[in-house]
Design a protein around this ligand. Structure first.
Ligand SMILES: *[C@@H]1O[C@H](CO)[C@@H](O)[C@H](O)[C@H]1NC(C)=O
Ligand SMILES: *[C@@H]1O[C@H](CO)[C@@H](O)[C@H](O)[C@H]1NC(C)=O
Ligand SMILES: *[C@@H]1O[C@H](CO)[C@@H](O)[C@H](O)[C@H]1NC(C)=O
Ligand SMILES: *[C@@H]1O[C@H](CO)[C@@H](O)[C@H](O)[C@H]1NC(C)=O
Ligand SMILES: *[C@@H]1O[C@H](CO)[C@@H](O)[C@H](O)[C@H]1NC(C)=O
Length: 636
């Protein structure tokens, strides 16, 4: 329905200046816009989301109003599209002081001020702005209002201390009107009269305010009108025929013909609680603004032109912000460039290019962008690869399960390649190094061996005893009693009992023999069947070997290469025949002999270190007459 009305109007006037209601001025309340035509209210638009509308201005090219809303800490610049009645927030910024917005259709930028500073922000969605707006000027005193000269390319400001201007990029800053007054609250620019207008109160004490006017350069200054019995005059605006302002005391909007052909009249009632606001905007078309003004090509170029082939061109002109316009029976339709949306392509598509790496963007219930990332990506915008810094020493890839997988460099392992192959590889203090950077190799500490130094050289080394590692790094056994040998491998019984005697260890863990029949002696070395011989080493007597009874004290006898008996003594004895007790004090052996007069003699061998005599009992052998005879014969 609404579109049909727009189209019908457009066809009628051949311009897309077509609205369901017409207005000469718009007056903003805190949360509403009142549209007045010929002095009567034609429409009120409620802005429920607003807290306090502090300024309003008209964009005559795009048929929209721009206004600031302020909640004492944040300001928002809204647009209100007169064709569609769409309301949207264009800019949101921190703001400490009554914000005021003006618009320049030539640069397509809004200019706003808060307390001391002036900023700009382009509304051309294709351009980029600094996050907090582009700072144009810092004034050093409160800025009360702004106005833009679209033809000359200046931004003007008014403060109690001065009126100044600068280029729209902030350069060429100059002060036009000096001299501090009680206040200068409001400023307007009129191309048609080539003048700046402002409201002023010169002294605090008296009861009148004034509307002042001067050339763009601040020269030829005049007082246009004196407003009596009020403390504040603000919301100054100019149209083709009138100057408008808000009177604080009278609580209303007043109008005065620009040419002052009659006195000011009250047009509309409005509460005046906030005297730092600028709440009037006028429908001052661009044609009207530059009518008779020769030198304003910038605005001239923005006037919609009728085309000689019908209305279809003009209805589209300036309709689509970032897209192509076409006309159907429904009216103009925009086909938006990528990244833009909205009926007029003036909405930056929030989702456009938002989710990276193929992530799918959607808006959640709070109208916030949410990305659904493709496998392998994470982060608010899918901007973080899950592989990012995942594999410490290796390459990362995304597995079929969507999780990162590492392919580790040589020498590393673990799920994230964070384990060095040497890590905990060598045991028992072994030092690890990588062979060709790949294979971990261990250098073991003394006493350990094996690929990972996992084996102690003591391990199973001593068969019956305790092992320790010597200074030479070799294992040393300390054998339990009854065992001997380098590895304690020898049982004291080992080969101890001769002639099939059975060996066992006694309570002192010493070997003891149980001899088979026919044998006797500590090691069953004595054959009871054989003749004993005093001279044990003297062989050649049948079965008696040279070893027979040669080694004493359990010494083990063997024949050397010369067939001479050689003894291997037990630990407690030494001497050729093991006849010397290493550590015991006793008389352990006597040898038979024959004295020169043919008497048997006994030679006693004493234990090591023992000086005393033993009881010199003549062994039985020595009393054997036959043997004595033999001895005698041998002696001589
Ligand atoms: C603004 O004024 C012009 C004529 O001065 C009029 O043609 C146009 O419809 C008005 N615009 C609005 C939105 O009322
Ligand atoms: C003003 O609005 C902003 C943004 O909506 C909000 O964060 C802040 O709390 C509001 N402050 C006040 C004082 O209402
Ligand atoms: C100065 O202003 C007066 C009226 O206010 C006007 O008649 C005159 O032409 C102006 N002079 C210049 C140079 O603008
Ligand atoms: C109508 O005018 C527009 C611009 O003036 C032009 O681009 C278009 O080709 C014209 N169409 C016809 C059918 O002449
Ligand atoms: C890691 O990737 C590089 C480049 O593709 C390749 O040269 C290298 O061999 C890979 N390393 C591993 C451990 O897969």
């Amino acid at each position: 329905m609404f579109r049909a009305t727009v189209l019908a109007c457009a066809l009628l006037v051949q311009l897309r200046v077509c609205h369901t209601f017409s207005f000469d001025i718009v007056v903003a309340g805190n949360k509403q816009l009142d549209f007045l035509h010929h002095g009567t209210l034609t429409h009120t638009e409620l802005i429920p989301s607003a807290t306090m509308i502090t300024s309003v201005t008209y964009d005559a090219v795009h048929y929209r109003l721009l206004f600031t809303d302020w909640n004492y800490s944040t300001m928002s610049i809204y647009s209100y599209d007169l064709s569609t009645r769409n309301i949207q927030v264009l800019v949101t910024r921190q703001s400490n002081y009554y914000p005021r917005v003006v618009y320049d259709p030539v640069t397509q930028a809004v200019y706003w001020k808060d307390d001391y500073s002036i900023y700009s922000s382009s509304l051309n969605p294709a351009s980029s702005n600094k996050a907090d707006g582009n700072l144009l000027a810092e004034l050093g005193h409160y800025c009360n209002d702004l106005a833009v000269d679209s033809c000359g390319g200046y931004i003007y400001w008014v403060a109690d201390e001065e009126i100044g201007r600068a280029r729209l990029d902030g350069s060429e800053r100059e002060v036009l009107i000096t001299g501090t007054v009680y206040w200068r609250l409001s400023l307007a620019i009129d191309q048609q009269t080539q003048a700046i207008y402002w409201t002023q109160k010169t002294h605090g004490g008296d009861d009148h305010c004034s509307i002042e006017r001067a050339n763009f350069n601040g020269k030829n200054r005049t007082t246009l009108y004196i407003v009596r019995n009020t403390r504040f005059v603000f919301s100054l605006a100019v149209s083709k025929d009138f100057v408008y302002w808000q009177n604080y005391e009278e609580e209303g909007i007043w109008q005065l013909p620009k040419d002052k052909t009659s006195t000011a009249t009250k047009l509309h009632s409005i509460s005046s609680s906030d005297w730092l606001c600028n709440r009037v905007a006028t429908n001052y078309t661009i044609e009207e603004q530059i009518e008779g003004v020769k030198s304003c090509h910038a605005l001239q170029a923005l006037i919609p032109r009728e085309s000689n082939n019908g209305s279809t061109v003009s209805i589209c002109q300036n309709y689509c912000f970032q897209g192509e316009c076409s006309v159907s029976a429904e009216g103009p339709t925009c086909s938006c460039k990528a990244g833009y949306s909205g009926e007029r392509c003036d909405l930056v598509n929030a989702c456009h290019d938002y989710c990276l790496h193929g992530g799918v963007c959607s808006l959640n219930e709070e109208n916030k962008r949410v990305c659904q990332c493709t496998a392998g990506y994470d982060g608010e915008r899918c901007d973080v690869s899950i592989c990012n810094e995942y594999c410490m020493q290796g390459n990362c890839s995304v597995g079929a399960d969507g999780l990162p997988k590492c392919s580790c460099k040589a020498g590393f392992s673990g799920e994230r390649c964070d384990v060095n192959a040497c890590h905990k590889h060598c045991l028992n203090g072994g030092v690890c190094s990588l062979n060709k950077g790949v294979e971990p190799v261990c250098q073991c500490t003394a006493g350990y061996g094996g690929g990972r130094c996992e084996n102690s050289i003591c391990n199973e080394y001593c068969l019956q005893g305790d092992c320790s590692v010597g200074a030479d790094g070799l294992p040393k056994c300390s054998c339990t009693t009854g065992y001997s040998g380098v590895r304690c491998e020898e049982n004291a019984c080992h080969k101890y009992c001769l002639n099939d005697g059975v060996c066992s260890l006694n309570e002192e863990d010493e070997p003891a023999c149980q001899c088979t029949a026919g044998y006797d002696g500590g090691r069953c070395e004595i054959s009871s069947d054989q003749d004993n011989s005093c001279e044990a080493g003297n062989s050649g007597q049948g079965t008696i070997s040279a070893c027979h009874q040669f080694c004493l004290n359990n010494g083990v006898c063997s024949l050397n290469e010369a067939s001479e008996p050689v003894c291997q003594c037990t630990a407690d004895y030494e001497g050729d025949r093991c006849e010397v007790s290493v550590n015991q004090d006793f008389c352990f052996q006597a040898a038979c002999g024959v004295s020169a007069d043919g008497q048997p003699t006994v030679t006693v061998t004493l234990g090591k270190g023992v000086q005393s005599t033993c009881a010199s009992t003549v062994p039985e052998d020595c009393q054997d007459t036959k043997k004595l005879t033999e001895f005698k014969q041998e002696q001589h």
